[in-house]
Design a protein around this ligand. Structure first.
Ligand SMILES: Cc1cc2nc3c(=O)[nH]c(=O)nc-3n(C[C@H](O)[C@H](O)[C@H](O)COP(=O)(O)OP(=O)(O)OC[C@H]3O[C@@H](n4cnc5c(N)ncnc54)[C@H](O)[C@@H]3O)c2cc1C
Length: 581
């Protein structure tokens, strides 16, 4: 198919100026073609944020915007480092209050903290960025330092063509050749890279501001040619495929912090991913709320049999850990307080069942566990001991053959390593997490650290793997920010420059205790370091008050603290919001 005349004109105009190195318009070209002219469409070039030069601030790249990554970014001294965060979400979820959003006790925004509020430099400083993307691979070949007459040498590649580094000039050469022949361009040529500064930011600026020019790095005569890269892919929500194809790019780092968390475990149970909802992200809570309200409304419609009403309104929670128990408690509270009043036609059909293979809340002592069991039972939650063998669209099958029909199934049976973490070729700690030493370094790779749910102490440290908890992740983030700041201030911020540095005290974790609500103004608080240790442990209304106060003070920003307090007050006075938005 012949290219359209306007495309010829555009290309000619561009070709006239294409010998000007890295004209910003040129960097935007592949995008223009890809979005407007399907036959001439190129794979987007794999742009990159290249290695920092000796005169630049070193760059800390953080993978993940959870408890660990966000606490780290908050503590990083941005006069020492540039910060780049790569994460599929631009917010941090305040997970301890997530269950409350599923039934409308809290609104979703109240538990979502934008990253730019946690670390403002990410949207302000010229070398700091947030990339809405998922890291797919980490290439940790040692950083090498080289003298180069060229400033800040960087490469731009075609997607999926590791062997064919490609820059906009060559894209244009090929385009010109092909267009003059009347053919669409097909292949990238392998070329040497010219002295240029091409970065993702320049590409973005160029795309929005064709008259801008990238600022040269005059001062640098020495640049680090990093062979250590992160390979990332943008997150596009799977929207219109012609406009929102994922875009690959690479990011080079001086210090890399892997804080990409864990994933819900299914223990290989069939059908879980298809028919159950996890409770880990705001999107999950939104899905649960919509489904719950949909089922409530459907069950009120004429023509629904009683058996179908019972199924639709049977909410099954699998997993009796703190998350499963807190969600069950919130649900029972919602049913007693709101459904009984505002959906009174169907109030006798709605039930909550909590299925657990062992004891519920096994990390709490027997007295608190007993309290929780009694309270949940009194609140109408059916506690079932069993193992789920199979999940089908409308029912689950237990190991003893019992069939449990459900309208809403929430799966919360703990976490395990994500496929991304499993794919990384680092030595692992027990449980398959990335193995770290006492300073949270990944000993197998220079300048790489790992914190939060995705990391664990290597067996050689003699330390146990810490539980997947926000308080562990948060404290690791805080510790590592301090460590990196010290390293940076001592001149070790750049790649390969902190090898022989004295790192100071290792990370030590001291457990501050556990808390869980069980619904209806009751909670458990255990402020002991272990079940056997001495200290405060109580259950009931006072615990619930402590739980609420503690989490209100832990909410990251004043804005969200205010939202949470207002949501609680509104729910107390007016009940929960039942609109299905
Ligand atoms: C509902 C719920 C309630 C909880 N309640 C409590 C509680 O009361 N107390 C407590 O101590 N703990 C609680 N936890 C556990 C706590 O939330 C986790 O331990 C904590 O979130 C771990 O922090 P993290 O930063 O390691 O991981 P996460 O907070 O899970 O963050 C991981 C981040 O990495 C991103 N990511 C994933 N893959 C990639 C990739 N390939 N590239 C880049 N980024 C990636 C994710 O999008 C996310 O931003 C709760 C958890 C849940 C789900």
């Amino acid at each position: 198919m012949a290219p359209s005349p306007w495309l010829f004109n555009l290309t000619r105009t561009l070709l006239k100026s294409h010998r000007t190195p890295t004209s910003p318009t040129l960097t935007a070209l592949p995008r223009l073609f890809s979005s407007t002219s399907p036959p001439l469409r190129l794979s987007p070039p794999e742009a990159g944020l290249g290695p920092t030069g000796a005169g630049e601030k070193p760059r800390v790249v953080v993978l993940g915007s959870g408890w660990a990554g966000c606490r780290l970014m908050k503590g990083i001294d941005t006069s020492v480092y540039d910060v780049v965060c790569v994460s599929p979400r631009n917010l941090m979820v305040f997970t301890p209050l997530l269950a409350s959003t599923c039934v409308g006790t809290l609104e979703f925004r109240s538990v979502a903290e934008p990253i730019a509020r946690i670390q403002p430099s990410i949207s302000r400083d010229p070398g700091s960025y947030f990339f809405l993307a998922r890291c797919k691979a980490v290439d940790t070949d040692d950083h090498t330092e080289t003298s180069s007459p060229e400033p800040n040498l960087q490469s731009v590649e075609f997607a999926n063509s590791e062997a064919s580094p490609m820059i906009p000039f060559q894209i244009l050469d090929i385009l010109r050749d092909r267009l003059e022949d009347g053919n669409p361009p097909l292949q990238a040529k392998e070329t040497t890279l010219p002295p240029s500064q091409f970065s993702l930011k320049n590409a973005q600026q160029a795309a929005f501001n064709p008259s801008s020019t990238p600022c040269p790095n005059e001062e640098k005569t020495k640049s680090r040619v990093g062979k250590a890269w992160l390979h990332c892919e943008t997150v596009t929500d799977g929207g219109n495929p012609s406009n929102l194809e994922p875009w690959n790019f690479k990011v080079s780092y001086d210090k890399l912090v892997i804080a990409s968390g864990a994933e819900a475990s299914t223990f290989g149970t069939q059908g879980v991913k298809k028919h159950a909802i996890f409770l880990r992200e705001v999107a999950h809570a939104q899905e649960i709320r919509r489904k719950l309200l949909l089922n409530l409304m459907l069950s009120d419609v004429p023509g629904i049999s009683d058996a179908e009403k019972s199924r639709l309104l049977h909410c099954v929670v699998v997993g009796g850990g703190p998350t499963g128990v807190e969600f069950s408690g919130e649900l029972s509270d919602f049913i007693i307080r709101d459904v009984h009043q505002r959906y009174s036609h169907v109030k006798d059909f709605i039930h909550v069942t909590l299925i657990e293979a062992n004891e519920i809340l096994s990390s709490f002592d027997v007295r608190l566990r007993q309290y929780a069991t009694n309270h949940l039972t009194k609140s109408g939650v059916w506690l079932v001991r069993g193992i789920v063998k199979d999940v089908q669209p409308e029912k689950i099958i237990l190991n003893d053959g019992t069939e449990v029909p459900f309208g809403l199934l929430v799966w919360s049976t703990g976490v395990g390593p994500s496929p991304f973490i499993s794919s990384l070729q680092f030595p692992k700690s027990p449980g398959g997490r990335i193995g770290v030493d006492e300073w949270l370094r990944v000993p197998a790779a220079q300048d790489v650290f790992s914190i939060g749910d995705c990391s664990g102490f290597l067996e050689s440290t003699g330390k146990p793997t810490l539980r997947a908890l926000a308080q562990v992740a948060e404290r690791q983030g805080k510790y590592l920010a301090g460590l990196l700041n010290r390293i940076g201030k001592a001149g070790g911020g750049h790649a390969n420059s902190s090898k022989d540095m004295e790192l100071g005290d290792p990370f030590v974790y001291k457990h501050l205790g556990s808390m869980a609500t069980v619904g209806r103004y009751k909670a458990l608080v255990d402020l002991r370091q272990s079940k056997e240790a001495k200290g405060l442990s109580l259950a009931g209304f006072v615990s619930w008050f402590i739980w609420r106060s503690a989490y209100l003070t832990r909410v990251v920003s004043w804005r969200n603290r205010f939202y949470v307090a207002i949501n609680w007050a509104t729910t107390f006075v007016f009940g929960r919001d039942l609109s299905r938005i």
